[in-house]
Structures are given as C-alpha cells and as structure tokens.
Write a protein that binds this ligand. Structure first.
Ligand code: SF4
Length: 696
C-alpha cells in the first residue's frame, strides 16, 4: 500500500461533496486534531464547523465499539463477538435467499462510502448474493441532474469544469442551492466572481444566506423552476439572444425545444412561478450580456417528480445561449454527499456497473464479468431504485444489508419506510454510530471511520482524492471492506474480495477502463503526488480531464442534445385541505440525516433541533409567534417543531430542515412521488396544512 511518511496526515473531510482538504495531527495522549490545510486548492484551508469538528465522532463515547446482535430472549440489541455477528448476518441473508430466491435479499448503500467500498458492495451484491436489488441513498441526492446530464451531453460528471473557473465566468445562475450553508467554503467562488465584475443570479423560494449575495434573486413558488427556465428561454428567443452559430454547430434538437419554450409566455410563467416579468427580463439581460456564463443546480430543482426535465430546461437555456462546451461556461450540478460523485460511478446503483457502465449493455457486462472472472450471464439485471426498494421491504424483499445510510430519517414518507424496515425478516446495518436505522437491525456491525482507513472519493468536480488513514481504529471495529470480505467467505467466496483498499482500487481501475468514468490511469501514488486527478484518465501518463466537452460532447456524434420539455404540476398541488407548500433542506451545522453531526456537542449547540420557517403573514393567520410549536400535516403524517418567523420565505411556503428524527422529522411529511426517469422522490414540494401548537 502507498503510505508516504507524514508528520501530520493530509486527508479530506468525511462530510460533503466539496471534500475539503485538512490535516490530521495526532494529539498527545490520544485522539487526533483537525488542522487547516492551505495548499489544497478546493478550500484553501477554509473549513466549515462540520469539518472542524469532524474528529469528535471518532470519540468512543459517541460511536459503536463492538458488534450488536438482537437477542431472541430479550428482543434487545446485545453485545456479540465479531464471529457471532458475521455468522448471524450470513445466516440471515442466506436464509432469505434460500427460501425466496436471490432477489429476496436487498442491499442499500450510501453516497458517503469510498469508491472502493461502493465498488465492493456492488460486486458483493451481484456475485455473492446474486441479487439485482441494490441501490443507494445517492438516488435521493443528484440522480435527476445525472439523468439530465446524460441525456444532453452523453456523460454525467457533476461539474464539467473545476470550481476555480467559477470566479472567471461572466454570470452564474445558481438554482436551488444554499451553498453558504451546505458547503460554506465554496461561497468564496461566488464572492470572487462578484469581485471580478461577474453577476450572480440566485433562484430560490427562500432569501437564504446565499441569495443575499445575489445581484438578482428570483423566488419562484417551489416546484415551478421548470416553468421559470422555460420563461427565460422564451425571452432569449424573443429578444434575439440565441447563439445561432453554436446551436447550428454543436447541438441537435433545437426546433422542438424552441417550440416548447415559445408556448410559455412570460406572463403565463409569472402566473405559475410568482416571478414578475421584469425580473425575468433582468435575468435574461444579465445572463446574455455577460461574455460567458454558467448554470449550477442543486437539490431545489432536482428533488422533484419532474427533476430530470427541470434540469433539462436549464441545460436547454445554456445550449441556446452557447453557454456549454466552451471555456468558463457550462451547466453543472453541485453534488451533495461526500462521495456522491464516485458513489454513483462504481456499481452500487440499481442500473449500473463500475466505470459508470450500463448494466443492460452487453459489452459493459462482458467487460466487468471478465474482470470479476465470471460469465456475463451470471450477472443479474437492473433492480429497483432506492425508494422502490425501500417500499418493497417486507414484501418481495425479506432481508436487507444496509451500509452507510440512515433512511429512517432521510427517506421520503419516512414513517412508512420505518414500518417497512421493521417488517423485514432480517436487517443488518454497518455503520459507525447507532443510527435510527441501525437501532432497528437484527445485527449491527460497527465500522471504521474516515480518519482510520484509506480510500478514495471523487468530489463534485470529478477530482479523485485520497483519504489517508491517520490513526489506528479501536479494537472493536472493522473496515467495511473487511466486513464484506468476511461475509463473502462465509457465503462461499473465499477469493475476490480483498481488504486492502489499494488492491480494490487497482481492480476498480481495470473494471472502469474504457467506460465513461475511466479511472484506469489513476493510482494512489498519482493522487497523492498531484493532490487529486480528474477523470476520465485512461492512461498512467494522461493528465486527467478537468474540463469536459470543450471539443465535443460525449454523445455518439459529439453534439449536445436539446430535450423538449414542458411545465407540469408537482405530484401534489395545494388545495383547500392542504393549502401550503412544504419544502425541505439543510442547515449549516448539521449534515444529512444528522447521524454523525447530531453527536457533536458544538454542532448541536448551534443547531439543536428542527424548526418550521414561515412568513409573518402566515404566522399571524395561524396565531403563532416565534418559538411556539407548529404542527405540519401532510397526507403522509404530521410533524411538530417550533416556528421560526421570517420574511425570508414566501408567504405560501414553509421550510423545514430534515436532519432530525422523532416528532420533528420533516421526511414524515415528504412525498415519495418519483421522477419517471431518475426515480428521484419529490422531497422539495408537498402540500401541507398548519396547526398552531403540538396537537397534544
Ligand atoms: Fe466538510 Fe463540506 Fe464543510 Fe468542507 S464544506 S468542511 S467538505 S462539510
């Protein structure tokens, strides 16, 4: 294994997709401290509170210290040895497979798993278990953007350009991202953009800390971003701002997309979105007057039942104005989870094989099967998407192995998902803490954390990074790779599941060779020496590819595709019973389901619990003031949290962060209606009614 000597160990944050660089220094006595690492270009030393406090979760007082097995006698999780726990998992999964067939066993992964773990988990599911039923929580993160990216450009990499290009572009339209809270060190790219004379347009129903930085803030009603993008494209055409030469030379399908946009008159778009026509005109002028431009989306437009088409509408705007496939221009997605990018490339998705290959492509199957040393026909076909898989628990799927995810808090219609998890014959969870999902398991396997193991992640730019082991893990835990190796052996696969991450990475390189996400020229040594390598990188002497699409798009003919899209309602619109729109999101001091960050004292002090953000007019109508309980009711359940009254949100909309379980769990309310292409649930829009008080 490559292991250069270090005084302090350079590595990367365990949380979001920015993957900030940091140094870990061993502290006198025990433990490790996080230090700034100014030489890593992405964050240049800056860390948010989550990164600064990341070492707190390594503390034995907050983490799991040994395996737990549910006792048949007491019904409680009780300490067990590793051999007992692994044998129980092999037995639980094997029993379901023997009684009901391979597809009765499900596997659920996570966008925080390293590339090596995601790769091995996919291989384990398809070879050892023989199941098609594997997907992961990244489906809930960026799947709509990935689908739209593929459709338009033939390839999905979150950002097809490095972050360092953002300050040098002319205008950025940031759609549904509050990066001042979700990835604070990235805010400087927007600050520098403005210092350089560039313009920033933020699209968000809330006046967030990010929107406060904007030259123009458009606040559409949640679920209407698609109409907004169509309205802008309509004006681009009407005002003669189409880049005809670019459209002619580098795209296909413009006429149908143009016709779709021309059906969306600005006044009509104003009625749908609530954004006034003069603001639409201002946005078009700002974007088209700039010499170059970018559109960046995040979960706002993506987590909708029309998320793929919504992102497609923003891509159409880029293509029509010539803002794609050119220096300092393009469309990009700000991926959320730590390895949200790499996690979707290496085979833990229901429909994909390593290297971002399609599972139903015979050539892809043949290539990966050859690397794995099995006949192609032995590989199962595509399985269910994440929510569909969770919904099938206790039905077709009788047993589940879950790694690095906490769907009891993070899945839509969470009470139903919790009930499905409880209905399983057998549930095994591998995690670092006793999450709300792990607490339901028959067996809990405690695993090592970021600072205790080596592995690669791929950040939101497509930059492959090396997380290094800085400290020795406690005796009671094992790495996920060791867990999968041991389970494979118990289930009859003595070989093929190495525990050395570099050995896994070298196999992953071979499996990805020639695929869309080609890692074959990337090695641990290169990543360490170059501080990251951008894929695709097909040869050891290839420099990597920070910027995609400059000469051609990744479609067979090299031309980008316009996709005609039209506005449609959200799956659930408001009515007399549920007259308000709920939208959800994150706060700066918590991360995703909060399984780790809720265990950090400093973060909990900053963000101790959920809240309902609502406009003063709505609060007055309801008769509640700041801090009083509000009950939010949707067709799926109710949640209670204190009111946070602010003019920073539309009067027809309320916002809840989704990091907490219990009575304030926002995802009790959210709608699992799926985008037909990406299978993304509609987290960002559902109809609710409000009641003053907690209803008790
Ligand atoms: Fe970690 Fe993201 Fe914060 Fe950077 S912005 S320190 S990667 S959580």
């Amino acid at each position: 294994m490559y292991d250069a000597p270090q005084v302090s160990t350079p590595t990367h944050c365990p949380y979001c997709a920015l993957q900030c660089g940091m140094n870990l220094r061993s502290l006198p006595g025990a433990g490790v401290g996080v230090e700034e690492r100014a030489d890593f270009p992405v964050n240049r030393g800056a860390l948010c509170g989550k990164g600064r406090t990341a070492a707190a979760v390594l503390d034995a007082r907050v983490r799991l210290g040994g395996p737990l097995v549910r006792s048949a006698r007491s019904g409680e999780l009780e300490p067990a040895t590793w051999s007992e726990a692994l044998a129980a998992v092999a037995e639980g999964l094997g029993r379901a497979r023997g009684a009901y067939g391979a597809d009765a066993v499900g596997v659920f992964g996570g966008g925080g798993l390293t590339n090596e773990k995601a790769y091995t988990l996919g291989k384990f599911a398809r070879l050892v278990l023989g199941t098609s039923q594997i997907d992961y929580n990244g489906r809930f993160c960026m799947s709509s953007a990935a689908a739209a990216h593929h459709r338009a450009f033939g390839l999905d990499r979150g950002l097809p350009f490095p972050l360092e290009d953002i300050p040098r572009t002319g205008c950025v339209i940031l759609v549904g991202s509050n990066l001042a809270e979700t990835m604070p060190p990235a805010l400087r790219y927007l600050t520098e953009l403005k210092e350089n004379g560039g313009k920033l347009i933020v699209v968000d129903p809330r006046r967030t800390r990010t929107a406060e930085q904007a030259d123009l803030h458009l606040a559409p009603r949640p679920g209407t971003d698609l109409a907004l993008a169509l309205g802008l494209l309509h004006l681009v055409v009407a005002e003669g701002r189409v880049d005809e030469a670019f459209v002619e030379e580098r795209t296909e399908g413009w006429e149908a997309a143009r016709a779709g946009a021309m059906a969306h008159w600005p006044e009509h778009v104003e009625r749908i979105t609530g954004v006034a026509v003069p603001q639409l005109r201002d946005a078009v002028r700002m974007f088209c007057d700039a010499p170059s431009g970018m559109v960046l989306t995040a979960r706002g437009p993506e987590q909708q039942s029309k998320g793929t088409d919504t992102v497609g509408a923003w891509i159409n705007l880029c293509l029509a104005t010539g803002r794609a496939g050119r220096p300092l221009s393009g469309y990009g997605c700000l991926t959320g989870q730590g390895n949200g990018q790499g996690g979707r490339e290496h085979g833990q998705k229901a429909d994909q094989l390593p290297g971002y290959r399609k599972l139903d492509d015979p050539a892809a199957r043949a290539h990966v099967a050859q690397v794995w040393g099995v006949p192609p026909e032995s590989l199962p076909g595509p399985g269910r998407s994440a929510y569909e898989l969770l919904d099938a628990l206790g039905g077709d799927i009788k047993a589940l192995l879950l790694m690095g995810s906490n769907p009891v808090v993070s899945a839509p219609r969470a009470a139903h998902v919790e009930e499905r998890l409880r209905s399983l014959d057998f549930l095994a969870v591998a995690d670092v803490v006793l999450s709300e999902t792990a607490a339901l398991a028959d067996v809990v396997l405690p695993v090592t954390q970021w600072a205790e193991e080596t592995g690669t992640t791929t950040n939101l730019e497509g930059r492959v990074l090396l997380r290094r082991r800085a400290i020795t893990p406690p005796d009671g835990v094992r790495t996920d790779l060791e867990v999968l190796h041991a389970l494979a052996a118990l289930l009859g696969w003595e070989k093929g599941f190495p525990t050395d991450p570099e050995e896994v990475f070298d196999e992953l390189r071979r499996a990805s060779a020639g695929g869309p996400a080609d890692y074959s020229g990337i090695s641990y040594r290169r990543i360490a020496e170059e501080d990251g390598v951008f894929w695709p990188c097909p040869e050891p002497d290839h420099p990597g590819t920070p910027r995609l699409f400059l000469d051609r798009f990744a479609t067979p003919d090299g031309r980008a595709r316009f996709v005609p899209v039209v506005h449609r309602d959200s799956a659930e619109e408001t009515d007399e019973t549920y007259p308000i729109v709920l939208t959800t999101g994150r706060v700066v001091a918590q991360y995703q389901s909060g399984a780790q960050t809720r265990r950090v004292e400093e973060l909990n002090a900053a963000a101790p619990g959920p809240f309902v953000e609502l406009h003063p007019r709505l609060a007055a109508r309801l008769g509640v003031t700041e801090g009083q309980d509000v009950t939010v009711v949707s067709r799926r359940g109710r949640a209670v949290a204190p009111a946070r009254v602010t003019t920073a949100i539309r009067a027809d909309t309320v916002f809840m962060p989704f990091h907490w379980p219990g009575e304030g769990r926002a995802n009790t309310l959210t709608n699992p209606a799926l985008d037909p292409t990406s299978k993304m649930p509609e987290f960002k829009v559902c109809a609710v009614r409000l009641e003053a008080g907690s209803g008790t």
